[in-house]
Design a protein around this ligand. Structure first.
Ligand SMILES: [Cu+2]
Length: 388
């Protein structure tokens, strides 16, 4: 659905943001991209933040039910969209993620393999999470460090694991000069309050109870969302059903794309204009191209393997396939619902997540890939090593 009257997203985002402009911009974006106007509106310029709203927003466990009653106050608490637009034009880097903090000591940054194992469930039905939005250089391979905008200092952010119906009490604290926010796809909640942007040293808290099982993306939703996801602000929350699935070795794969600009202080910035081209330099599982070629995911003959696969994009699906294997089960809906059998490849949409299962009945090295092989070639590939 296109609207010939609607200005280009890039033009809208590049305009200076007076309050009137902002409202015009948000309305225009609602036309251009449904929902984006609302997301932008959550970042409306304001005349200051009252101490009472700041304190309320910073109280861990303060649920959305409490927050929803004070929408007007919350709008005043929101970030300044002029700051958002300076991400693209001005002091925050001309459409590059390469800020001072994102590049500091880049060359000393060590590589680490991102552990794909699904963390165990907590015993309690209540999960308390406190994430920090921070800029940090991340070494994604021997020769490349990127200027990341992160949750908890890594790309992707931490894997979260809970059950359907658990209570997730979430707090985000922003340690960056750039406004950030958190959008959990596993939550059903008023996004205008819960997913609003916060400025440096402020916090936002909300509580949700996942209704459906599955692998769900989480991401920063601050405008322009493309820039924030494209700079590394994403991760996966796996929601297990209350009735356990069959025993399995469980792994989490988050496919993301990198659109790289020039190096600053040894770290490659993420480049907004390149993101708009939708042609990535790198596509990676769990933030590092080819990392599970160098150090495979290891299981044993007879194991059932369950992959919780999320494509965080920002643009492309993950066409998930295991060479030399077939999935005995792919869940189209929330596991255990919507199971289909005997599947070779299935596409996980950007912003989506799915659950794939296979049984390893012979030893060998089985590549798992994005079968859109341009993206496999750019790093979305690994080895499932099955030992006898
Ligand atoms: Cu952000």
């Amino acid at each position: 659905m296109s609207n010939p009257e609607a200005p280009l997203l890039s033009e809208i985002l590049a305009r200076p943001a007076t309050r009137r402009d902002f409202i015009t911009r948000a309305s225009a974006l609602s036309l251009a991209i449904p929902g984006v106007g609302a997301a932008l509106a959550s970042c409306a310029p304001n005349g200051g933040t009252s101490d009472s709203t700041r304190a309320a927003a910073a109280t861990p466990g303060a649920g959305a039910a409490g927050a929803a009653g004070s929408q007007d106050k919350m709008l005043h608490h929101n970030s300044d969209s002029r700051l958002d637009s300076t991400v693209l034009k001005g002091k925050h880097g001309n459409g590059s993620s390469a800020t001072r903090d994102a590049t500091a000591n880049a060359e000393q940054t060590a590589f680490h393999r991102y552990d794909p194992a699904l963390p165990p469930l907590a015993k309690s039905n209540r999960l308390q999470l406190h994430f920090h939005a921070r800029e940090a250089p991340i070494r994604i391979s021997d020769d490349t460090v990127v200027a990341g905008w992160t949750f908890e200092g890594d790309i992707p952010g931490p894997i979260v694991h809970c059950r359907v119906g658990d209570t997730v009490e979430f707090t985000l604290t922003n340690e960056s000069d750039i406004p950030h926010s958190m959008d959990f796809h596993a939550a059903q909640i008023d996004p205008k309050t819960a997913f609003r942007s916060i400025v440096k040293n402020e916090s936002v808290s909300y509580t949700f109870k996942p209704k459906w099982a599955g692998a769900f993306m989480y991401h920063c939703g601050t405008a322009p969302v493309l820039m924030h996801i494209g700079s590394g602000m994403y991760g996966s929350i796996v929601v297990s059903p209350r009735e356990p699935l069959p025993p399995a070795k469980e792994f989490v794969l988050v496919q993301g794309e990198y659109y790289l600009g020039d190096a600053v202080n040894g770290a490659r910035g993420f480049d907004y204009q390149k993101m708009l081209s939708t042609v990535p330099d790198i596509v990676a599982f769990n933030g590092r191209p080819n990392q599970y070629i160098k150090e495979p995911i290891r299981v044993k003959v007879g194991d059932r393997v369950r992959f919780w696969v999320t494509s965080v994009g920002p643009q492309h699906p993950c066409n998930f396939h295991v060479v030399g294997e077939q999935f005995d089960t792919v869940y189209l809906g929330a596991p255990p619902g919507g199971a289909i059998r005997g599947v070779q490849t299935f596409a996980v949409a950007p912003g989506g997540g799915m659950c794939f299962e296979l049984v390893c009945d012979m030893p060998g090295e089985f590549p798992f890939v994005n079968h859109a092989f341009g993206h496999g070639q750019k790093g979305a590939i690994g080895i499932l090593s099955v030992e006898g």
